[in-house]
Design a protein around this ligand. Structure first.
Ligand SMILES: Nc1ncnc2c1ncn2[C@@H]1O[C@H](COP(=O)(O)OP(=O)(O)OP(=O)(O)O)[C@@H](O)[C@H]1O
Ligand SMILES: [Mg+2]
Length: 359
């Protein structure tokens, strides 16, 4: 669902900004340190409630200021403008407004503004541990299964309680009661994730293949514990080991999306540019799948568009994004790197020392 307007206040080096947006491509052009990534960070905060660069709100709020604001208007499927906003203060207070109503939850923001971020460190999705790939799967499940958010939250709380109990328990029977509910949630979460990966797999593999035709790419879901074993049976069997470790070793909190290229883990085969292309393919595939499943369009945030990609690969990515019909924000240091992406409905913004002006 595209944003038609964006207002940012006291966010990094942006004192105040109020811009009308294109529901197609929006380009942010400016020198190093001018504030391009900060604009994308602000949009990301509107959809996720947090920054993608820092977990400390104090770093994001403008120096010498007490609070930041990001407000936007998005167009709902009936083309009606709905205001959304987030206010964060140095003392940790967060206020979310949707449709003029205060006291809304961050998850509701995420629901109305699905976002996909592609940034220069994004290849960590493929090269780092499973946490980010789990987040990738869960983004899809969150947007397609309404009950997932609560179930995952409950699982994490119960898992924490179990880990605390493990430290004092002397007999498995002390955990059995907790494990029954934990297992029920684990099996449910696993079923949703497996189902989502089965749906996204053909779309993602085909798009990865079209971006990197020289490789054969395979995605495989790993649920976090061995196949064909009930989670409750596994917990009982591993009680002594988990007790020794002081935490529950296996489970949905260890799930992963394993990605191989010609049968070898991606990070051992692909160059940095190729890794970036693959991340783009995975993120765009996820957005396309969301649209086909729910009719919702996600917003793409592409930071430092030109980095790592040659002109041919940039064109391939741009064409693919155009074909989605989604709203796209692209940051770039120079205009010539995005010139051939401009269309009649695109908007270009110059960013200079925290000021954003339409060019
Ligand atoms: N809390 C803050 N208050 C004020 N200014 C800040 C704060 N945090 C960061 N900055 C400044 O804001 C600017 C943020 O720049 P940003 O990362 O958005 O630049 P950019 O245009 O993306 O640059 P690059 O092309 O190098 O990626 C930097 O100049 C930084 O020093
Ligand atoms: Mg930047």
């Amino acid at each position: 669902m595209p944003l038609s307007r964006l207002m940012i206040q006291q966010f990094r080096n942006i004192k105040a900004c109020d811009i009308s947006l294109s529901s197609g491509f929006n380009f942010l052009i400016g020198a190093n340190g001018s504030g391009k990534t900060s604009v994308l960070e602000a949009i990301y905060m509107l959809g996720h409630g947090r920054s993608f660069k820092s977990s400390l709100t104090g770093r994001v709020i403008q120096n010498e200021c007490q609070e930041l604001f990001v407000h936007g208007r998005f167009l709902n499927p009936d083309q009606i403008e709905i205001p959304v906003g987030i206010n964060k203060q140095r003392d940790g207070t967060v206020e979310v407004k949707i449709g003029g109503q205060s006291g809304q939850k961050l998850a509701q923001l995420a629901q109305v503004l699905p976002l996909q971020l592609i940034h220069p460190e994004g290849f960590e999705l493929l090269t780092d541990g499973p946490k980010q790939r789990r987040a990738f799967i869960d983004w899809g499940v969150f947007h397609s299964v309404a009950a997932f958010f609560d179930a995952w939250g409950r699982f994490r709380r119960l898992n924490k309680q179990r880990n605390a109990l493990l430290k004092t328990a002397t007999d498995y029977r002390e955990l059995k009661y907790w494990d029954a509910e934990l297992s029920h949630l684990a099996e449910q979460i696993d079923a949703w994730r497996a189902d989502y990966v089965a749906q996204i797999k053909p779309v993602a593999e085909a798009l990865c293949q079209s971006f990197l035709p020289e490789f054969e790419i395979q995605l495989q879901y790993y649920r976090g514990w061995e196949k064909e074993t009930l989670y409750q049976t596994l917990l009982e069997r591993n009680f002594e080991r988990d007790k020794m470790l002081g935490y529950t070793f296996s489970g949905p909190n260890k799930a992963d999306l394993r990605i191989k290229v010609n049968g070898t883990p991606v990070e051992d085969v692909l160059s940095r540019g190729q890794l970036k292309l693959m991340v783009c393919a995975l993120r765009v595939a996820q957005g396309q799948h969301l649209t086909s499943l729910t009719g919702k369009q996600c917003i793409y945030l592409i930071d430092d568009f030109a980095s790592e990609l040659d002109s041919e690969r940039r064109k391939r990515l741009a064409d693919c994004l155009k074909a989605t019909g989604a709203q796209v924000f692209v940051s770039s240091i120079t205009r010539d790197q995005v010139d051939d992406m401009c269309m009649s409905d695109s908007k270009l913004f110059h960013v200079e020392q925290g000021r954003i002006e339409q060019g």
